[in-house]
Design a protein around this ligand. Structure first.
Ligand code: DX5
Ligand code: ZN
Length: 230
């Protein structure tokens, strides 16, 4: 197991997405492991970004696996299309999904990993049965909708609980964190048990996004060395 770093293109230049993907691409262990794509519909969250056509173009423009985070209403209807298009992981919000178990099955049948996201105020305990059907758990560490917000440390309790459930074999999934992850907060997240770290502004507002990815990964490796034995 090695830590996964997933730069969020929400903070990238949307007119140059292929170049922005290239800026974080590198050999394994150096470049981005996944590219995090925030899809927002101006209904589930008060912001509007991109949708399936742009994701399809991005899939053709980069070899980095796409981690699509759907902050949309009615994911039961729309999310499988992202899986069919070739996204590596498709994450939906538990607060929006009508039938999250069926949705996970549909995402997997379409060839993607299935991800479930929880807003900062949504308890983990209420969704443990559903999570047995998912491959990733995306713990939101800001209110979804915008990049550049401050990390909410209380969500690390959820990360610790999820880590324990995975380590004891009660759940089988990757724990991912999203929002306000930067050089000041990533070590606490690593210590709490995160597997995959999404970082938007910390990567794309940096002068050298590729270097920012390498530095974040190095911090994770230093903060929780016992977790990353090869
Ligand atoms: C927020 C998005 C995040 C966002 C993170 O709703 O889900 O992925 O891009 O941006 P930073 O890292 O700047 O908080
Ligand atoms: Zn996101």
């Amino acid at each position: 197991m090695h830590p996964l770093i997933a730069p969020s293109i929400l903070s990238a230049d949307f007119a140059r997405l292929a170049d922005e993907a290239d800026a974080v691409t590198g050999p394994q262990g150096e470049g981005a492991d996944w590219l995090h794509v925030d899809v927002m519909d101006a209904h589930f969250v008060p912001n509007l970004t991109i949708g399936l056509p742009v994701v399809e173009s991005l899939l053709r423009a980069t070899a980095v696996p796409l981690d699509c985070h759907l902050m949309i209403e009615d994911p039961d209807r729309w999310a499988p299309g992202y899986a069919e298009a070739g996204a590596y992981n498709v994450t939906v919000h538990v607060e929006a999904a009508e039938d999250p178990v069926m949705l996970a099955k549909n995402l997997r049948a379409a060839g993607a990993m299935a991800g479930l996201s929880l807003k900062p105020g949504t308890p983990l305990e209420d969704h443990l049965d559903v999570l047995r059907h998912y491959d990733t758990l995306l713990v939101m560490s800001v209110e979804p909708g915008f990049g550049g917000q401050s990390f909410l440390p209380h969500v690390l309790d959820k990360v610790r609980t999820a880590r324990r459930l995975v380590d004891t074999g009660h759940l089988r999934l990757l724990v991912e964190i999203d929002g306000g992850v930067n050089a000041d907060t990533i070590e606490a997240a690593a210590e709490a048990g995160v597997d995959c770290f999404v970082a938007g502004s910390a990567v794309y507002s940096a002068e050298d996004p590729g270097r920012a990815v390498r530095e974040l990964r190095a911090q994770v490796l230093r903060a929780a060395p016992h977790r990353w034995v090869t």
